[in-house]
Design a protein. Structure first.
Length: 95
């Protein structure tokens, strides 16, 4: 797997999700998004986006959005990942 290409694809997708509202991201809880994307090299990657409450004891507060990407091979056991946390007011936490 070309990790540079995979990370670039994942970063682009995560940037897209960073433009969504808190409410749109909350709708992802239990409804993760899965897609197959093709990199410039022609390699096919599995891309997954999921959302969870950052602290399960505090639902409706901070939301963590996690994206992962792999090529379906051994890398699927340890995919490349990225995440961000968004507060109810739309601010990104820890940035």
């Amino acid at each position: 797997m070309n990790t540079t290409e995979a990370r670039s694809l994942l970063n682009a997708e995560m940037e897209n999700y960073r433009t969504k509202t808190y409410g749109e991201l909350v709708a992802l809880i239990g409804n993760g998004q899965n897609a197959e994307v093709v990199g410039p090299s022609g390699v096919r990657y599995n891309l997954e986006i999921q959302a969870f409450w950052d602290d399960p004891r505090k639902p409706n507060e901070n939301l963590r959005v996690i994206g992962t990407i792999d090529d379906g091979g051994l890398r699927a056991l340890a995919p490349i990942s990225d995440d961000f946390i968004i507060a109810r007011n739309g601010a990104f936490v820890g940035e």
